[in-house]
Design a protein around this ligand. Structure first.
Ligand code: JBE
Length: 403
């Protein structure tokens, strides 16, 4: 086992009266990350901080009531011990106490916690921990303390919740999972559940894989998968389905290759969209804003342009062009009254899905101050690259192709 690199590893301390419960943290990806020195996990036995013959950690509740309460003194000594251990990063731990009365543990919280250098988990048992331990940790020890719940059901203690949280947080620590993109295309990363997946054989037990997946038509596959995600989310987790998703799920928006007949409307749509960009970025010096009707017409020959129509109306567009192994996605636009409903994302996914074999990266440009665009692209897995501005005031974003 490699010694964790203290400057690099995320530190995780777990205090429990059942340290053996945390043994699974030696296994699988999290165990491997520990061996690789990416996670520095230490498990402590709360009973080591008791001083009586029976190693007592609980007592009856003041004011009466069912069950037992964890005594403050062993917890305070256990926390002192954790804080006193070698701490090269100079940080203080964020203390997480799993409990059914906490804030919900979500992917968003996992992402936040993955940014922290040091997490300490206090596993309560019985009815929970004496309230003064929380106050002491905050006020005397200066720790950030969060009560976090895995879900609305009652477990016997915090250990199972810690296993889940360490796994969810640990896999977001850079290096723990090889392919960073496999982290992006997942349920809960962008607010929709995943589409159904299939592997060989093509027919199993008389059941066929959906025909579209065998078609080789990337655009059709992407459209089918998005439809499945929307349908699944609506059926299983309607709470996740934004009004926007729902409204687009109801209206058919069709994406088709642009033809010369689309050009006048496309020109008007582009003007409307890039006036918005001009205002957001405080410049008129945007090539897209200045494309003439003839420029737009000519672009149909030099790029692949796609238009989205809803009930006959042209509501969005995008164009793609190949530059060696990069697929450049340009002029992505959505009618101003329909923005923020996932249509831009759909056009983006469509543009990506039409990339031919041999493409390794997707790239695009947007205004440095186009906050909504930047948010959407980042959510879709794009990252800003440190390159000269393609035009003044613009930025380049890139995403590796995920196959
Ligand atoms: O979800 N949790 O973190 C819990 C911890 C302890 C007991 N029940 C829970 N649900």
């Amino acid at each position: 086992m490699t010694v964790p690199d203290p400057g690099r590893a995320m530190r995780l301390d777990v205090v429990s009266i059942f340290p053996d419960y945390l043994a699974p943290l030696d296994l699988s990806l999290i165990g491997k990350a520990r061996e690789d020195g990416l996670l520095d996990v230490r498990v402590h036995d709360l009973r080591d901080f008791t001083h009586d013959r029976h190693r007592t950690v609980d007592d009856t509740p003041y004011g009466g009531g069912a069950g037992m309460v964890m005594k403050p003194q062993p917890w305070s000594e256990a926390l002192d011990h954790v804080l006193a251990l070698d701490n090269p990063s100079g940080a203080r731990p964020h203390l997480i106490v799993p409990g059914p009365g906490g804030q919900p543990f979500t992917q968003a919280l996992a992402r936040e916690l993955a940014q922290e250098p040091w997490l300490a988990f206090a596993c309560g048992r019985y009815e929970g921990i004496d309230e003064r331990v929380y106050e002491h940790a905050r006020e005397e020890l200066g720790l950030e303390v969060s009560v976090v719940s895995l879900g609305d059901y009652v477990l016997n203690g915090g250990e199972v919740a810690v296993l889940a949280m360490v796994e969810a947080v640990g896999r977001l620590v850079p290096g723990v999972i090889g392919n960073a993109e496999s982290l992006v295309e997942e349920s809960h990363e962008d607010g929709l559940l995943e589409y159904p997946i299939y592997t060989k054989p093509r027919t199993w037990n008389g059941r066929d894989v959906p025909e579209v997946l065998l078609s080789g038509n990337h655009a059709a596959i992407a459209a089918w998968r998005l439809e499945q995600r929307l349908a699944r989310t609506a059926a299983r987790r309607p709470d996740l389905l934004h009004a926007s998703h729902a409204s687009l799920a109801g209206t058919a928006v069709e994406i088709a290759a642009a033809t010369p007949g689309d050009v006048p409307e496309l020109h008007v749509l582009m003007r409307a969209c890039w006036v918005q960009e001009a205002v957001a970025n405080d410049t008129l010096d945007i090539p897209a804003l200045r494309e003439s009707l003839d420029d737009v017409r000519a672009s149909l020959d030099t790029t692949q342009t796609w238009v989205a129509r809803s009930a006959g109306r042209l509501v969005g567009a995008v164009r793609t062009s190949r530059h060696d192994d990069d697929w450049f996605i340009g002029r992505l636009c959505v009618a101003p009254d329909l923005q923020g409903r996932g249509l831009g994302r759909r056009l983006l996914e469509h543009a990506e899905a039409t990339a031919p074999d041999g493409i390794r990266t997707f790239s695009l440009n947007t205004g440095a101050k186009s906050a909504d665009n930047l948010r959407m692209y980042k959510k879709a897995g794009y990252r800003l690259v440190d390159a000269p501005a393609p035009i003044p005031g613009a930025v380049t974003l890139v995403k590796r192709r995920h196959r």
